[in-house]
Design a protein around this ligand. Structure first.
Ligand code: NAD
Length: 304
């Protein structure tokens, strides 16, 4: 089986270098027409240049593919809307959106400024919101859409000095969890990628040998699978150095406490049962949690 994207139009944000570049090149190689978006600024988000995006477009075209460069700042909704309009004008549809653009403003929580925190949220979280929103109606009408958000182990599990980044990266998971429900009847699927790669973002943070193992090209197959026709939905796929795994947010089965035990002391006394991993599972919607709790309460109180 060969997975291809002939006839599909893809937007990859932050595709001037690193992971985005690799995603864009591989999508184009497999038949997609690709909008190579990149603001072209520095790692901390300052500055702008069209050079990197144009170079990736040239590379795709030299290999016989179709691509267009776009310099929209994903944190600016008007620019994002113009980018999507340009793709529509040129190719008439948008099937795939890979929200990849990102910056870093690492500092321990108390040393970092609130402006930096806001900026990181604007690019990673609001950038993903804006791009997704600008494509949503089009995908709904087409009854086809495949969207990826890029999360991070820093959001899923935490990383010293990355409160701003981690918050944004968990935010995109929250967005996905709800949009998979709103997009289901329109054949819009959404998944998350948690990559690890040697790029400008991670340069200098790891030994050279490790950096060389973590090529973007080992991550890109995960994105390509997530935006394919038979993609999964609502998956957090982790990828790096040729390893692929799925991350899940699970909830323990927990236990119901009698009215007398519903105290901080009662919770302390039942902590082992509350945290017991036996029977824990990933819930598919917020109401499942409410349902589980009501079932336990009804059983405990003898209500049918
Ligand atoms: P990178 O710095 O090499 O590439 C990011 C690209 O995004 C750059 O080309 C940059 O110009 C572009 N960009 C930044 N702000 C933009 C904006 N406002 N609008 C449009 N383009 C913008 O970094 P990378 O490692 O390839 O990261 C890609 C994505 O993967 C990011 O979302 C990052 O947070 C995520 N990620 C990377 C790693 C890793 O190990 N490299 C780990 C976890 C998550």
């Amino acid at each position: 089986m060969t997975i291809r994207y002939d006839g599909r139009v893809a937007i990859v944000t932050g595709a001037g270098q690193g992971l985005g570049r690799s995603h864009a090149i591989e999508l184009a190689k497999r038949g997609a027409k690709v909008v190579v978006n990149d603001l072209g600024g520095a790692k901390d988000g300052t500055g702008a240049s069209s050079e990197a995006a144009l170079a990736v477009v040239a590379e795709i075209e030299a290999a016989g593919g179709e691509a267009m460069a776009n310099g929209a700042n994903v944190a600016n909704y008007a620019e994002v809307e113009a980018m999507v309009a340009a793709a529509m004008e040129k190719w008439g549809r948008v099937d795939i959106l890979v929200n990849n653009a990102g910056i870093l403003r690492d500092k321990s929580f108390i040393k970092g400024s609130m402006e930096d925190f806001q900026l990181v949220l604007n690019v990673h979280l609001m950038g993903s919101v804006y791009c997704t929103r600008a494509c949503w109606e089009i995908m709904k009408e087409q009854e086809y859409g495949r969207i990826v958000v890029t999360t991070s182990s820093s959001g899923l599990y935490g990383n010293f000095g990355q409160t701003n980044y981690g918050s944004a990266k968990m935010g995109v998971i929250g967005m996905m969890n709800t949009l998979v429900q709103e997009g289901a009847k329109y054949n819009i699927r959404m998944n998350a990628l948690a990559p690890t790669a040697g790029t400008r973002m991670t340069e200098g943070l790891m030994p050279e040998k490790v950096f060389e193992l973590l090529t973007p090209e080992t991550v890109t197959p995960a994105v390509l699978y997530l935006v394919s026709e038979d993609s999964p939905n609502r998956t957090i796929l982790c990828a790096g150095a040729g390893s692929y795994a799925v991350a899940k947010i699970v909830e323990t089965d927990g236990c119901w406490l009698t009215p007398e035990e519903q105290t901080p002391e009662g919770i302390a006394a039942h902590w082992d049962a509350i945290t017991d991993p036996e029977g824990e599972r990933a819930l598919q919607a917020g109401f499942e949690q409410t349902g589980k709790m009501l079932t336990k309460a009804a059983a405990g109180l003898g209500i049918s």
